[in-house]
Design a protein around this ligand. Sequence first.
Ligand code: SF4
Ligand code: SF4
Length: 231
Amino acid sequence: MGYLQGFAVTLRKLLKGTETGRVVTTQYPDEKRPKPERFHGRHVLNRYEDGMEKCIGCELCAGVCPARCIYVRGADNPPDDPVSPGERFGYVYEINYLRCIHCDLCVEACPTEAITESKLFEFSFTNRSDAIYTKDELVVGDDGRPQKLPWEDWKPGDDEHTSAWVRATSPSGRADYEGQVAWSGELGYGIRSPERGQSEDDSVEADLDDDHSQHHHDDHDHPHDDHGGHH
Ligand code: SF4
Ligand code: SF4
């Protein structure tokens, strides 16, 4: 199909939609569709409920990034004033958003759930250095929420479910673990609930509720209590 034929198809659809009131084209930015729960947007660096940073400076995220847009340097934690509960912490952390393709591989690689993504994608820059987010900009604030920078256009809900993939995945793909809470708490949110809707069986959901409440009472019963373990 040539260019003109392609445009003709578009024109016919538009005219037909105008007649019937069923226009399929969304008029961005005046009209917006809701973002999916697992939408990949601007990253955040998370903190534990006690305020410590989750990043341990291991550089796994930088190693796995296909766009080579993460730069991390780790450093030993000061014994008297540790930044993270690990031996080391992320001393330098940068993401270059001129390169990032929001594949989320960094999120999957992170052993401590330190790096996750919000739903924010509406941000632009007037210079290249603003496109390189530093640790000071990526780390969540004292309320556990992403910092809202002057050039970012946050919408309600963009800062919710920043750990969506973690809650959606059963560890190692084993069905037995579906819905099991195997992640650590987050500043401002606590221990997030597992994502629902992966099983057709209602009784499984009831079991998961029991498992979740039991987790709060006795972490030692959990099969993955060494996973990102800092509570
Ligand atoms: S989302 Fe993908 S491209 Fe972006 S920083 Fe993470 S690994 Fe790199
Ligand atoms: S964000 Fe995660 S994977 Fe990246 S350096 Fe920190 S702890 Fe390691």
